[in-house]
Every structure is written in C-alpha cells, then in structure tokens.
Write a protein that binds this ligand. Structure first.
Ligand SMILES: Nc1ncnc2c1ncn2[C@@H]1O[C@H](COP(=O)(O)OP(=O)(O)OP(=O)(O)O)[C@@H](O)[C@H]1O
Ligand SMILES: [Mg+2]
Length: 249
C-alpha cells in the first residue's frame, strides 16, 4: 500500500475579471512509498503547495483522487496519522509554544502524560525550550517556523507533509530540520516535503519529483539522478528550462 497517492489530479483556479484561469495542476500522478523521504521540487508557482493542500483535503481537485494509506483524503480517518507544516504557518499570537502544543495535542486526542513528554522532547528538538512560555507574537520568523514543526509532529504521525520546512531558517535551523527528517526516516516514517534548497534535498531524500507549470516532469531516486556526478541543481535547471519555465514566468 502506498503512503500517499494522487491519481490524475487536475486543479484550476478562476482568475480575476479579465485574468485568465490558472491551471495549477494537470493530471498529477504521484506515488509515495511508506518509509520514504520524498522531495517535491519546482519553481515558484509550479503547483507544489496546491498538491499538498489537496493531499490534506484543504482544497479539492477538479478531477482525480488523492489517498493516504489507501484511504480517500476526504475520509477523516485518512488524515488522522498525518502531520502537516503549512507554507506560512500562522498561529494564535497570544498562545505560547507550550500552549500551542498543548492545544494541538489535546485536539489530536493525546493523553496528558504523553503530551507533556512529547512537548518537552519536541521543543528541545526544535530548540525552543527557552522561548516556550513566550507568546508566539514575540517570536522571530524562524522561531514561528520551528513552533509549526513541533506542532506538526506532536501527535507522533506516521506521515509527515512539510511545505518548505527550511524556509526562513538560519543554517543551524536548516541543519536541525534535516536531522529531524533523518530521525523520522530512521523511525520508518514517511516524509513528503517541498523545498527550494537543493543541497538539503541532496542530503536526505530517497526520491525527488520535479513539477513545472502544474505538470510532473521527473520523478526518480536521488541515487539514479546523481550517479553521473550531476548535481541536483544542474538537473533541476535543465528540467525547468526544457519544460519552459514555471507558471509565474
Ligand atoms: N487560491 C488561489 N487562487 C488563484 N490562484 C492560485 C491560488 N492558489 C494558487 N494559485 C496559483 O496556482 C499556481 C500554483 O501555486 P502553488 O502555490 O501551488 O505553487 P508552489 O509550487 O507552491 O510555489 P512556491 O514555490 O512559490 O510556493 C500558481 O500560479 C498560483 O498563482
Ligand atoms: Mg508553495
């Protein structure tokens, strides 16, 4: 059984008056194995976040189907074992990271004892122990991002979907996210994430997909792609150029 799957997903967005409709995704077919770390790449406007939102049932495709562990994403049960970090995490400003994790954990049905242990462990991992009692409105961008990462993992999900988890992080934060992803992998979790930071992807992905203009252009193992001393950057630039650039171009 695949951890994540999209079958023939297409999605368009209506433009403003006088602006033509945007075809964000065209016939997207993705299959992500259990235990795999998958990097989803593509230029700005390529359709990465749209795909992710469809996988989480936050927006709906015009056609096609998305499943998590074989279940349609429309089923609540399918989403129960998934952790998600949105592209621009936004939280109630007057909560502290502690309260955020408490709230998220209780909503996910974790008992109080376990929640305390997991919150301590995650706040330590994302390096927010010192700031854990401060309101999130006093956090820097990278700190908000790290709080979001802890929140995505609070219920110990099996499948973790991260939309640009390194965005806004300093090199230490990026390394922390990389280590966290490798840690999740070693626990047999499935990680699906989008990123523009190709060197990070080279470090810890099993497989990558490159999407341009809503169409998947390439999907292969990192080992295969890099076997002829090519860099992911070379490959990425070539694929994007061959496909004629992104939606925003
Ligand atoms: N709510 C919306 N209304 C109209 N157009 C949208 C909407 N959401 C996304 N789009 C368009 O769909 C296309 C794909 O956007 P998406 O956010 O999926 O790209 P992305 O690959 O995540 O880009 P980035 O790397 O910049 O985050 C873009 O052309 C974008 O302008
Ligand atoms: Mg995006």
């Amino acid at each position: 059984m695949k951890a994540l799957e999209t079958q023939g997903i297409s999605k368009g967005f209506a433009g403003n008056i006088g602006v033509k409709r945007i075809q964000a995704l065209s016939d997207l077919n993705l299959q992500i194995d259990q235990g795999e770390v998958f990097g989803f790449l593509g230029p700005n406007g390529a359709g990465k976040s749209t795909s992710i939102k469809i996988l989480l049932n936050l927006i709906y495709p015009d056609s096609g189907r998305a499943t998590i562990m074989g279940k349609d994403v429309k089923e609540k049960e399918a989403r129960r074992r998934v952790g998600y970090l949105p592209e621009n995490p936004y939280f109630y400003d007057y909560l502290s990271a502690d309260e955020l994790l408490w709230f998220a954990g209780r909503v996910s049905g974790i008992d109080k004892e376990e929640l305390k242990i997991r919150a301590d462990m995650l706040l330590h991992k994302v390096n927010l122990q010192k700031a854990r009692s401060r309101h999130i409105r006093t956090y820097s961008k990278g700190m908000v991002q790290r709080a979001g990462l802890a929140m995505a993992l609070i219920h110990n999900p099996d499948i973790i979907i991260l939309d640009e988890p390194m965005s806004g992080l300093d090199p230490l934060g990026r390394k922390m996210v990389g280590d966290l992803i490798l840690d999740l992998k070693s626990q047999g979790k499935t990680v699906f994430f989008s990123s523009h930071i190709l060197t990070d992807i080279e470090r810890f992905c099993d497989r990558v997909g490159i999407i341009v203009g809503g169409e998947l252009q390439l999907m292969d193992t990192l080992d295969n792609l890099l076997k002829n001393n090519a860099t992911l950057e070379d490959i990425f630039l070539k694929v994007v150029e061959t496909a004629g650039g992104g939606n925003e171009a």
